[in-house]
Design a protein around this ligand. Sequence first.
Ligand SMILES: C[S@@+](CC[C@H](N)C(=O)[O-])C[C@H]1O[C@@H](n2cnc3c(N)ncnc32)[C@H](O)[C@@H]1O
Length: 212
Amino acid sequence: MNEAPTGKQSNLRVYDRVGPLYDAVIGPVSRRARERAVGALDLAPDGTLLLVGVGSGLDLPHLPRGPRGLGVDLSDGMLRRARARKAELGMPNFELRKMDAQDLDLPDESFDAVYLPLIVTVAPDGTRVLAEAARVAKPGARLVVVDKFWPEGRPRPAPLRLASRVLGSLATHVDRRFSEMHAGAPHLEIIGDEHLALGGFFRLVTLRKPAS
Ligand SMILES: C[S@@+](CC[C@H](N)C(=O)[O-])C[C@H]1O[C@@H](n2cnc3c(N)ncnc32)[C@H](O)[C@@H]1O
């Protein structure tokens, strides 16, 4: 389950240091999923995109070059890598900023699409991350979540809960259900739910904010 957000988010200390290893391990295995997720955003050439938890920027090569974008993350180490990747790719329309996904310093209804790859199970309060993403999305916007979710209805034994707490403090939780995240923004309509890997543990969920 979610934990209360605190000023000291322990897994950020890990993310600050693991960039090169993260890219070497996660980069190759996640390429196809990222292509699918970016496709699901259905971005218009003049659209605006918010990428929540941009990390080291592994999604940047897959983003269309037309739309203006903003990527946010709280880890200096990951943002450093994202900045280097952005410079390499030459993406003048894409900005990077240090920001807490649980408390976005952005106006309401300002983005045509919001992409949340591997962030709602990493931040202490994933429910709030989705609520914040919904807040800054324009009416009619798409939100695409890619993450690992514990199956709905399957019990979560105590050892799993404990392991997830430890793993969460280091990197990511493994016991969150999508329905718990969705509770933060229940007005978002689910328009797609694809199983990506590990028997549906990894999912690509596409949501739409109602037009009015
Ligand atoms: C598993 S990595 C995913 C990175 C990237 N989205 C990807 O798909 O490769 C999780 C990222 O979330 C970032 N993060 C964790 N907590 C955050 C928070 N509260 N606000 C913003 N970013 C956060 C970490 O710094 C890290 O870059």
